[in-house]
Structure formats: structure tokens, C-alpha cells
Design a protein. Sequence first.
Length: 820
Amino acid sequence: MSKKLLVQKFGGTSLADLAGFEASAAVISRYTDEYQVVVVLSAVKGVTDLLLTAIDTAVEGGNGAEYLEQAIAGERSVVQDLAEQGVETPLGSAFLEEQQAVLARRVEGIRLLGQCPDKTRARILATGEGFSSRLMVDLLNHRGFRAQWSDTDVLPLANEDWLDSLIDTEAAAPLLKDRLEPASQVMVLPGFYGRNANGDIQLLGRNGTDYSAAAIAAAIGAGLCQIWKDVDGFFSADPRIVTNARCLDEVSYDEAMELTYFGAKVISAKALTPLAANNIPCEVRNTYDPSKPGTLVHARARRALVVRGISHLHDVSSITLQGGGLRGRVGIARRVMDALASESISILLIVQSSSEYSITLCVRQADERKARRALEEEFHFERLHGLIEEIGVQSDRAVVSLVGEGMKHYRGIAAKFLTAISSAGVNVEVIAQGSTECAIAVVVRGEDAQPATRACHTAFFSHSTHIDVILLGCGNVGGELLDQFQRQAESLIEHHVDLRVRAIANSRKLLVADDVIDLDCWQETLAAEGKAWSLEDVIAIRKKLGLLSPTIVDCTTDEKLALEYVRLLDNGFNIVAANKKANTSGYDYYRDMRDAAARNFRKFLYETNVAAGLPFIDTLQGLMRSGDELRTFEGILSGSLSMIFGLLEDGIPLSQAVAKAMELGYTEPDPRDDLSGMDVVRKLLIIAREVGLQLELEDIEVEPVIPMDEVGLVDRSELIGALQSLDESISERVAEASAAGNVLRYVARVEDGKCRVSIEEVPQNKPLGAIRDGENALVIHTHYYQPIPMVLRGYGAGAAVTAAGVFGDLLRTVWRPLDN
Ligand code: ADP
Ligand code: ASP
Ligand code: MG
């Protein structure tokens, strides 16, 4: 009994070099027991492009021979590598030698003529496949298979197009069957071209080998067609752009058609017609990993996914006709289509506004000029009489499309698609529903295709919660935060949180990931690859990576940066700030930031502005929102002053207490920054504004710990000495307080709408009396919490707790994709 028939196609990526040819031969050999195999080959990777460049360069009068030599050198290197393996290549080598001279002559002829007839173009381009197919026969024979080479005279053509022909499968059927020798295990044909009745070569269109394979499969009634590539199969999006794209186990013919029509380079759209018409299942598989099952393209996908994949097509131009004269006129769309069809321009998509006031269509950019001219001629009369305005052309556009058979049964898919695209900061110019009702396509600027595709992929294919981090400031707190991310990595994954650090900056350099920054070596990478930066570079990250709702984490103390938050929020970033400068700038700006967050649906969080990681701001906001009212607030908001006043209580003089706190690392590098009280003033202002007081920094009354005009001026090295002059008076105050059962504390207070920061005598047995050793405490008396106040205490400074507070804020920015 004769064996079953199988058609296998190997593309350029499977034939890049010796390794590719060997891998392809190994794949073929896996099937020869079970099947009689018909193999169709593309040219060696890059050869067709080089031949094409050679022709086009020669037409322009340039040195086309240079590209021709590159193409031949690529082919020759495979022959040489095979020779080194002891493989003789009689067919391949002879073809190469013969073609070399012929091609050189033809290219020179083209240069002299300044033009290349399509017939000659077809003959030149087809040599790539002529060579690779012969070489494969040599290799298979060497490996002991009975392999047979066949020319494409068995593929008669159905039309007269030199560059984009169709195969007459009915006529091909008997010819192919005749040609197939019963004794041969493998028959190899060149893809990409057939021969007309005169025996001349006609091409089947770019990437035509897929079509060769499909048409042959249809003609011989093969039970299966396989397309072998350098990827595992059909991905949910181009894997070079979306790193976490998924390999699909199946797609329907219609879905494959939409995906490939709009750019997915997996199987050419033209090949799908003969496969679908004859119901031939087609596997897309990886030559370099044949154990993987790949993707099955077939009639009815078993599992109807709402959305199967996303594709994008570059180098598109959109053309718009508009004008009052179009309104209500019948047949405009038909005239547009006819005008372009007569120039053999294919229309990628066409939409008409509902008022019929405008028609927009997309064509390949290469056809733009011809299309415009054709339309100008067709609508000459209307233009002359002002019935339509100028024909508008936008070059450098891209079509991004979302494909899935299930989508016609569900609502809200288009909304989610458009939301994802606009969340990535991309403007949608045209929206169209695909021809088979299983796709929605949008036209965007060319440079926006990548971010749009990535954003849509996240929206439709990711089931985790996304946190994209851009960390500005990677010193103490920022560095610790990155450590905490690493320590929590596993647990985050368990909780379906996908936290990715996309960029890290210090004051000098910004490092932006192509995808994600590897936290194992961020310091080295930042030093080596970071670049000087401005805010524009940060803003550009969102689009570049197609991030839906990224978060800027500000771990700097930079005031200039703080004053840019509104702009960042307006550009779609959330902000998590450890930096206090924004919330303590002018009250108008304070309001502006909140308005910007609200209008952009973004979060602005700053829990660590007060008492580091202690959950004070969140608690206070919760109380205020639920209708509680603040009566008084009192707190110890400085870790260093908490330490210093605790030491004073133990009888240690001020100068020594400060020295000790410095030694323990509790103070700012210059302790006067703590002793001035300004740090506490800032925190108190933030609390006051949080409860609705419209105050400025100057409105807060402050008693510095030490008079700043005296010790304020001495050199830092003399500071401790200068403080000694204050030791006695402070010790006296401590003693007086102690006699009354009190202690001195540096207290921040809100009372009767007024704010004050000062040294207070506090009863030892009251909440603040017990706060020392660097601890903070926040005491709030509210309508609900009285007479016993709510008290929050704990360490309010230090890299670990501050970073943990920032981390907590980050987790509150989460954006959850809707389920697919
Ligand atoms: P070949 O000529 O060998 O068939 P192509 O030149 O057509 O190969 O290119 C294959 C490439 O197409 C793959 O390496 C892959 O990066 C890219 N590609 C684009 N979109 C997709 C997709 N949706 N699924 C798989 N691969 C894709
Ligand atoms: N080599 C041809 C091309 O690059 C045909 C093919 O690879 O399918 O278009
Ligand atoms: Mg190819």
C-alpha cells in the first residue's frame, strides 16, 4: 500500500546555515517511515532580500553586483561547511557555479538598461530557491535517503502575473503525482515559483513558499502540511516584541488569516486559502526543537478563545477623502476601490464615517503615491468643484489588530482593546472591524505599534496584577527597596503579582530596560549602561515599553523632581513618593497634584512622608473619608530628636546626646538639619493638609531645639563644642520638668486649626512621655477617638522600614487586567 502524503515547508530561518540545513534534514528523516514526504524549500536566509537589493540597486545605476556577491557568498559558505563535513554536493555546487556567471551578466544588463522587466526579476529571484532545494537533495542523499529533486514545471499557473501568480492546483495534481517516484522517500521542490506554459518562471509573491506548500498539499491531497520555522509555533503576538507572548496550541483558518494579513509573520495569508478550501490541517513547528507540538491551524479550533492573538503591520499609509460633497452620494466607496484596483493596489482596510462625510483607507506605504494619484484622477471633478477637500495622506502608520473567533459572542472586547491602547499613551486614528468578524483593527502611528501591541497583550493575556516600577533614587532607601523586591519575588509570583523594575536612576544616570532590569546586577548595569537623563527620558519609557499604568517611585530628596509630579501624572504614571518636597511645596501645587491624579485615574501615594513605614497617612485618610474629624494631633515625628530627648532624660548633656545620636547614625549628616526642627515642620504640614487645613510652611510656628542664629553659623567640626554652651540651660529645663513628674519632648501639634512644633513638657505617663530611643509616636484625638486617643508608635526612620512603606504603597497602585 502506498504511504500517506505529507508536505513539509522549511523557511529561510530554518535554512540560515549548515546547522539549519542539518536540522531540517533531521526533521525530514523523522517522517520518512510513516509518509512519502514532499519538501518545499525557501531560499537560504537573507538571499531573496539580497537579490532584490542587487536588482533595485542596478536599476538605479548602482553597484548591484556587490549584493549579488553577498548572496552567493552566503550560499557558498553552506556548501563549504558541508564539504568540511565530508558531504558532497554535486547538484547544489553545479547550480551555484552555473548561476554565478548568469546572474552577474543579468545584473549588469539591468544596470545598463536602467530597468528590470518583471520576467527577468522573477528569474533572478527564483535562483535562491533553486539552489537551496538542490543542496537539500545532496544532503539527504548523503544521509542515505532516496531523495529526488523536482523542478516546478509540475506547478502550472493559473494567471499571468510574473511576480504574484497562483498555482492551478487541479492541473498540478496529475503532474505532481506523475513526478513522484514510488521508490523515492522524499521529493524536494523549490518554493516561491512555478512555470507557465512556455516554461518561464513566475513568482508566487513574497514569502511564496508557504503558498507553494499549501497548493501542493491541496493538489496531491496530502493529509497534513507542516510549516517549519525558527519559532515554536504561532504566538499570541510577535515574540520579538512581546517577550511573554504565548505559543498557541491551535488557531482556526480564519484567525490565522486575520493575524497574518495584519502582519504576523508565521504563515503567508495567501497559503491559507488552499489549506482552508481543502480542509488540510497545517502544523507550524520549530525546526530546532521538533519535540514541541507547535501550533495546529485547522478548520474549527476546539477551544474558542475570546482573543487568540494580536498582530501588527508596519509601513502602512492611511488616506482620507473628505468633504461635504461626499454626503449622501452613492457609490463613493466603490469608486475608491475601483480606482485602486485598476492600479493593482490592495486596500488593507477601509472605513466610512457614519455621516458619509469621509472615507479612510489604508494601503501599503510602497503603494501610497500610486494610490494618491489614482484617487486624485478618479475624484478630479469633485476636487475641482470643491466637493471634497484635499486628499489627506498619513505615512508611517501601522495597523494593530486583535483577533479571536470568540469575540463576536462577547461584549466589551473592543472597549477593552481601545482602553489598553490609550492607557499606553497611544492615539487611535482609525478603528475597523475585520472582514471575518473575528478581528478588530486600529491604525496608529508607526512608532506606536510596539507599545500598543505590548499593552494589549498585557490586557488580554496576562492574568496577574501588574506593577511596573521606575525607580528614581537608588541610595539608602531605593537600594533597600530593590533588595526587598528580590527577597519577595517568589511570594509575589505566588500571589499573582507581576512586579517588574523597568528603569533605575541615580542623580547622574538612568538605566532603562529593554524589558525588565535584572536585579542581581543592577548596580553594575546602571554604571555601565546608564545614560545622563532628563525627565523627558523618563516620560518616554511608558510608550517605549507599552506600559499600562507604570509607577514612578521617587526615593530622592530632589525638589525639582517633586515639582514635576503633575506632569508625570498627566503622562499616565502613578507616583509613590518617599520624597517630602512635593507635599510641602505651595498649597496650590498640593491641590494640582491631587487633581492631576484624579483626572488621569492614577495614584499618588506618599505614606512614608510621615513616620516612614508606620501606616499613618492611610489610617488618617480612612478616618477622614469615613466622616471622622480631627480634634487635636500630637506627635513625635523625628527619630533623631526622639533619641536625643531620651538621652537628655537620662541626664546626659545636650552636646553629648547629639554626639551619641550622630555616632549611632540617627541624625542627618549635619545634625542642625534635625535641630532646626524643619524636618518635623514639613511632616506636620503634611498631616495638617491631610486633615483639610490649607496651610503653608510659614504658617507653622516653630521653636528650634537650639537657637539657630548662634550655633547655626559655626563650622560643622566645631558644632559639638558650640553646643556645650547650651548644655547648662537645657539640663536645667530637664531637671525642672522632672521635678514636676514630666519629661521634655520635641512635639508637633495641631490644635484649633493651628500648628506648632516645639519643646514641650509632657507628663511621663502620657503616650508621648514614653517615646524615646528613636521611636516615633502619633496621637490623634478625633470625634470617634476620645477621650482616649488613637496612638500609633514605632520606628519612624531607617532604610528598611521606609523601603517597606514604599513597597506597601506600590502594592496599592495595582492595576488588574479584566479576565480574558
Ligand atoms: P521563515 O521564512 O523561516 O518562515 P519568517 O521570515 O517568516 O520565517 O520569520 C519568522 C519570524 O516571524 C519568527 O522568528 C518570529 O520572530 C516572527 N513572528 C512574528 N509574529 C509572530 C507570531 N505571531 N508567532 C510566531 N512568530 C512570529
Ligand atoms: N524566498 C522568498 C522570499 O523571501 C520566498 C519565501 O521565503 O517564502 O520571499
Ligand atoms: Mg521566509
